[in-house]
Design a protein around this ligand. Sequence first.
Ligand SMILES: Nc1ncnc2c1ncn2[C@@H]1O[C@H](COP(=O)(O)OP(=O)(O)O)[C@@H](O)[C@H]1O
Ligand SMILES: Nc1ccn([C@@H]2O[C@H](COP(=O)(O)OP(=O)(O)O)[C@@H](O)[C@H]2O)c(=O)n1
Ligand SMILES: [Mg+2]
Length: 199
Amino acid sequence: MGTAGDSEKKPTVVFVLGGPGSGKGTQCANIVEHFGYTHLSAGDLLRAEIKSGSENGTMIQNMIKEGKIVPSEVTIKLLQKAMQDSGNDKFLIDGFPRNEENRAAFEAVTKIEPAFVLFFDCPEEEMERRILSRNQGREDDNIETIRKRFKVFLESSLPVVEYYDSKGKVQKVDAAKPIDEVFEVVKAIFTPKDEKVAV
Ligand SMILES: Nc1ncnc2c1ncn2[C@@H]1O[C@H](COP(=O)(O)OP(=O)(O)O)[C@@H](O)[C@H]1O
Ligand SMILES: Nc1ccn([C@@H]2O[C@H](COP(=O)(O)OP(=O)(O)O)[C@@H](O)[C@H]2O)c(=O)n1
Ligand SMILES: [Mg+2]
């Protein structure tokens, strides 16, 4: 039971970060297939919350359309519920934390520190090309909102990556390469070290 100092094991969490269109969702799907993680996309959870007709739906929809970051209280509740419902203990948290408020609140509420941060590094022009041909019918995949999302990424999300980098927790991947080449690099990061080499 949840008493202080008990032996309940905290789940393993990997934060998957990178600009809009850098390939987070695509690579998470590959990681799930090979390494048994549960993929939780903060953006997908927020879009599902809009569809469910929740009382926060209109607020979330307006913020996504403007490329703004939804208050962490909302997003963290959705992440916590999805973690509980999954029955798993290994999670890829994709697109979260996206700003300092997300980061600090998640740590305070869950007491979970990420095992590491997987960061997809991709030039803006490539991310823009990918988003404009994504064709998922997303209301934020238009050039006007994309520009706003890039600005938010540079101003609010990159500092979170830098924070974890200063703690030695960032695994940076060149995400501009083709999908299978990116996954080769990702695979090596997730493969336990004792399986990589026999000395
Ligand atoms: N390495 C890649 N090279 C080319 N296209 C990619 C690559 N990775 C993803 N894509 C495509 O780019 C679009 C955005 O990828 P997605 O995984 O949704 O990115 P994110 O979740 O970071 O926004 C999708 O249409 C996807 O198929
Ligand atoms: N932690 C998060 C993640 C996403 N979001 C919102 O959801 C939008 C889409 O996020 P996403 O992760 O699905 O987008 P991509 O990076 O996959 O293109 C963001 O632009 C934000 O408006 C948020 O508010 N807070
Ligand atoms: Mg995504």
